[in-house]
Unconditional design. Sequence first.
Length: 458
Amino acid sequence: DPSLPAAVRIGLDEVGDHIKLRKLDDTESKGTRVRVFGRVHRERKQKDVMFVTLRDGYGFMQVVISGQLAKTYDAVTLTRETSMEILGEMREVPAGARAPLNRELHADFFKIPKHWKAPGGDDAITNRVQADAEQAMLLDQRHLTLRGEVASGVMIVRDAVEWAFNQAYKELRFRKVSPPALVQTQVEGGATLFKFDYYGEDAFLTQSSQLYLETCLPSMGHVYCIEKSFRAEKSLTRRHLSEFTHVEAELDFITFDDLLSHIEHIMCRVLEIVMADPVVADKIKTMNPDFKLPERPFMRMKYSEAIDWLVKHDIPNEEGQPHAFGDDIAEAAERRMTDIINRPIFLTHFPAEIKSFYMSKAPEDARVTESVDCLMPGVGEIVGGSMRMDDYEELMAAYKREGIDPEAYYWYTDQRKYGSSPHGGYGLGLERFLAWLCKQHTVRDCCLYPRYMHRCKP
Ligand code: 4AD
């Protein structure tokens, strides 16, 4: 029937102007006729009327099914997650009633092909994904729990955040590159390498694209990538994944101070872009009602000052002793400090021994490196970055100190041979950024299908 309206997307077209609404008491004209497709998010019956909340990934719509339609077999046996095609009139909700966007669809026809029906009874979706079920069980059902409002909300924010990073880098004229995931070098220590057989040779899943980004500087200027990184983390914490999305950038001819200002800019600009989208901002506000754009400049604290702060506040190290210079600040202590200070912190100048081989020393104090971690309340470290050693001899000595065979790194070392430069960069864990922004307890809820120790399904 060519007079049938074209199908509309609930969240998009319905907000647009072209679906004009009429008031219920406007008897002269009927509401605008629309056709929608979606799944039953919720349903409830009130006397002879059925109210269905339809979901299509763009939004939610209240559908009113009444009269003979409500008495049909398909209406009476309607189950959650069943897919439907519905035609009807969009109208304003009656005074006092509530619905998404203050509108509801008064159905005059609906269609449910047989194979669109979701099961009821024991196999009903509500039995597969009970909110009080154990984490592991819910993760086994991730393909179904993803249909929930919070789970899908985080994924929708994630999409917006990824686009915002691309936009923010584009504004600064950074170029995007795509380094390999299969590599033969380590970046962040041998303990977390995933090793595999590569046509008879040893190879690893990349821990970070940093070294490859550095090789792009001479010909492309500032570069960035948004790629997967892999770590064989052998602990189950709420902020460690085996596979995570790493937003990494590398900047040429800069100072350490330039690096810090840039990280601050990119994080704030991304948040600004994301919050400018009302649909996304609404999702963030729902999950994280207290969210406010962070104040700039971020607090800057040297590692040695953090050690003093931890001692002063009686927060011990992992052995239960007061912190001392040279200690790795463990996750728990770091988070307690960040939560008490309750604002973003740039923690800088870590001792060389507890940081990666490639970090350059601070000119004013050779014990420490020009390194930075950005810490956020609720999550802790979100960003790790540094200036890089740009002197050939110094880098060779660093390989030796770390017991790394320089041979596999010839392509990285060559950067110090053919036109070296003061440069630096950072990596931001997208899932940690989202856990902070959407106030999620764990990074596991901030990726589509989380991978961590012993979990590789679905
Ligand atoms: O501090 P990291 O290990 O730094 C690097 O990999 C540098 N090579 C990056 C660079 O300078 N280009 O990791 C950077 C960030 C961390 O702050 C954290 O947000 C995230 O990556 N990250 C993880 N996120 C989830 N699960 C893990 N196992 C992670 N390991 C690091």
